[in-house]
Design a protein around this ligand. Structure first.
Ligand SMILES: CC(C)(COP(=O)(O)OP(=O)(O)OC[C@H]1O[C@@H](n2cnc3c(N)ncnc32)[C@H](O)[C@@H]1OP(=O)(O)O)[C@@H](O)C(=O)NCCC(=O)NCCS
Length: 245
């Protein structure tokens, strides 16, 4: 499929196209990270030119993704702790006057009917071109592995090493990155922390949570920990850092 790339902000986007694009792919609890809530408004405003869309030949949005700039030494141990820390660092680096050298691809979304057609790879290639245009040296991503929810009891450090017979990663989303030349650099076991009351978690998971303890939840990459006394559910989301070029 031939696609064109544009900044999301280049022109107004029809609501129905955005609704279709984002109609599935994320659990409800994905927005329950308080730190992200604190930062996201400012981040999206400051870096709106780092949000890209892919359009098909009918000018319909088939994929979208967004990124933030940070300063990075190139050493894996200097990467932010994960998704939330990347947002915080992007703001800190901006407030210190910019001068960033790294594009962090935060999220990608392909239209539900257009998945499995290589569009995510094209979107990642568009981010690499954007990094070139901005003279950013590195492109990295804290990847949310889409199949990890099938193995919520497996440590991310093991899951990230699992491969298929063709030696490509078992996880489809990590595989997309690796297929176009990225490599896994390290795991981010606590990339995000989602919290809520027990009632909120019952709503988000559509499960009764009667006791304190650990629960395997739909679309959870890790189990959810519930403390009934404290009326608190805590879920820690693991990611995997990949580095392009
Ligand atoms: C993750 C995502 C961006 C991948 O996009 P994509 O364009 O489908 O990626 P690819 O075409 O490279 O497919 C990757 C692999 O998954 C398989 N796949 C993914 N979705 C599929 C689908 N709906 N039907 C068939 N195959 C699918 C592909 O066949 C491919 O496997 P292969 O390596 O054996 O060929 C997309 O599935 C998506 O938008 N998911 C919801 C949001 C999300 O989880 N984003 C990632 C976290 S930021």
């Amino acid at each position: 499929m031939t696609v064109t790339v544009e900044a999301m902000s280049a022109r107004a986007r029809p609501d129905d196209q955005l609704d279709d694009l984002f109609s599935d792919g994320w659990p409800e609890f994905i927005t329950a990270d308080r730190e992200v809530k604190r930062h996201i408004g400012r981040v999206r405003e400051l870096f709106e030119d780092l949000e890209l869309v892919l359009l098909d030949s009918d000018d319909v949005i088939v994929a979208a993704g967004w990124a933030v700039p940070v300063q990075w030494s190139g050493e894996p141990h200097d990467l932010p702790d994960g998704y939330t820390a990347s947002l915080a660092q992007a703001l800190t680096d901006h407030d210190r006057g910019g001068g960033c050298n790294t594009l962090v691809v935060m999220a990608a979304q392909v239209h539900p009917h257009r998945r499995g057609q290589g569009l995510a790879g094209k979107l990642l290639a568009a981010f690499a071109e954007l990094a070139d245009a901005r003279e950013l040296t590195f492109v990295v991503a804290p990847v949310r592995p889409t199949f990890k929810s099938r193995y919520p009891l497996t440590p991310i450090e093991r899951f990230a090493t699992w491969t298929r017979d063709d030696r490509l990663p078992l996880d489809p989303w990590i595989r997309t990155h690796v297929r176009i030349g990225a490599r896994v650099v390290k795991c981010a076991p606590s990339s995000q922390t989602m919290t809520g009351t027990v009632v909120e978690w019952e709503r988000w998971t559509q499960m009764a949570l009667p006791d304190s303890g650990s629960y395997v939840i739909p679309d959870g990459l890790n189990p959810l920990d519930v403390d009934v006394e404290a009326d608190l559910g805590t879920y820690i989301e693991p990611n995997v850092w990949v580095r392009h070029r």
